[in-house]
Design a protein around this ligand. Sequence first.
Ligand code: AGP
Length: 324
Amino acid sequence: MNVPHFMLKEIHQQPDVIRHQLDRTISIGIPDRINILACGTSLNAGLIGQFLFEQIAQIPTQVRSSSESLSAPLLETPNTITIAITQSGETADTIAALQQVQSKRVAITNGIDSTITRFADHTIYTNAGEEKSVAATKTFTSQIVLFYKLAFQIAHENQKLSDREFASHLESLKQIPQQMEKLLNENTIVELAQTLKETRDLIILGSGINTAIALEGALKLKEATYTHAEGYAAGEFLHGPIALLDAEIPTLAIVTEDDSRIQKTIDRIRAHGNHVIEITAKSVPELFSPFLAVVALQLLAYHLATLRGIDVDRPRNIAKSLTT
Ligand code: AGP
């Protein structure tokens, strides 16, 4: 594909990144607790992992920023599995955080033979291919598809998912690349970027599993477009942050097929005369909607950045990974 920037190329590679993961069977056993350590976009992927491990596999799961875990380590039981997730495998805080763990250590990384693999008992590669743009896109998708597969596998092994449910979830996952391709071929996000060209502050709301996508979308918009974007859980937004809104601050809301929770917040924001733009991910079951919602927000970040003349593959002040 002939595209002007690595970020756009990597966004468009995501359907294939998922396809390559579909036939893998990945098993880490059945722990009584899962801890996840990561930074930045990988941390947001970790939040998706937490949702899936708890809600689907029913394993208590904690996520902590690697840097925070150095001063406040997560609690471990003898049968805990700690997952360190890092696309580069070279993030200093995540390497240091994994080194202080006593329980079984699993590294999830895109970095073949990267440093993190030396400190893990077991490494699972995300196989997304090299990601050159500083803003992580396809590696995020490759991380979350692994979390879906791991959570379904654990849930099946510990009988929280029947054979039929397990097969049906895997089938739903198989539909995602095609749905993603449809979204990638639409022009609506370019139009949305044009309407937001002068916007300096933005709120992104999600609910349930998409709260993590609201955070990830806000991170993409901050780093690629220098917009002050903040992600919130929709219900929580009503408890104070809604006071931020005025005519200058639009809200993007991730709306899924059966998400009445977010509608309540949207209605309240509109009742105060403020502007809500709905990012709809209704063509797939809500559980799988993060794949579409995140692509919409990645595209928005990309198009807004290029409209603003930002060097989108190399934004100011940041490097691809923080190795010190
Ligand atoms: C992602 O777009 C960022 N560039 C950044 O937050 C990154 O995810 C973070 O530094 C962690 O990197 P890692 O996944 O290589 O550990």
